[in-house]
Design a protein around this ligand. Structure first.
Ligand code: HEC
Length: 170
């Protein structure tokens, strides 16, 4: 029996070393932008450029909404509001949890989602999507996918979000 006890005692510090090393590695891995997913601490999701261009199969907004242009000016106040909604404030779930802090589509929840979250940092894909389409999907969600509807957001808040999304591909 003693051999098991001593094995356990030897294994214990080893276990701590392994778990601590994991934490220490998370920092440097975060820096590896553009080199495959590294882990961001604090629920930021994964680093990297994301899939670009990204295949996109989506329902299209009704014509009158599809062609809408963002009515908001790109003021500091609107940009800040859009950023807070994207990162923290939007209910039920902040956008970054799926779309990632940088908009690369690699949020914490992204690995479980098929189709994957849109990569907002991909200019090539984003320039094909009009403001009105972004507005409509945020309001109504994308049925049968991970993209939830946001009925609680005001129209102004949704346009502030659209402003933020546009900024992510610049
Ligand atoms: C739980 C995960 C999740 C959250 C939270 C989430 N999304 Fe999405 N989002 C998705 C997925 C998955 C798709 C891809 C849907 C598809 O391909 O039909 C998507 C697609 C989109 C699109 C694509 C529209 C298009 O026509 O290509 C927009 C815009 C969007 N999301 C905005 C947002 C915004 C803004 C928020 C926060 C207010 C948000 N999403 C929160 C998962 C999420």
């Amino acid at each position: 029996m003693n051999i098991f006890r001593s094995l356990f005692i030897t294994a214990l510090p080893l276990f701590f070393i392994i778990t601590t090393t994991g934490d220490l590695l998370a920092g440097p891995m975060m820096m590896r932008h553009g080199k495959g997913p590294g882990i961001h601490p604090h629920s930021m999701g994964f680093a990297g450029k994301g899939i670009c261009p990204q295949p996109r199969v989506m329902a299209q907004a009704p014509d009158d909404i599809y062609h809408l242009k963002n009515p908001l000016q790109s003021t500091q106040q609107n940009q800040d509001a859009g950023e807070s909604l994207y990162r923290v404030d939007s209910q039920p779930t902040a956008c970054k949890i799926c779309h990632g802090l940088t908009g690369n589509g690699f949020g914490m929840m992204a690995p479980g989602l098929n189709p994957p979250p849109r990569n907002f940092s991909c200019a090539e894909s984003m320039k094909e999507i009009p403001d009105g389409q972004l507005f409509w999907v945020i309001k109504n969600g994308s049925h049968g996918t991970g993209m939830p509807a946001y009925p609680e957001l005001t129209e102004k808040q949704i346009w502030q979000l659209v402003l933020h999304l546009r900024g992510l591909s610049q």
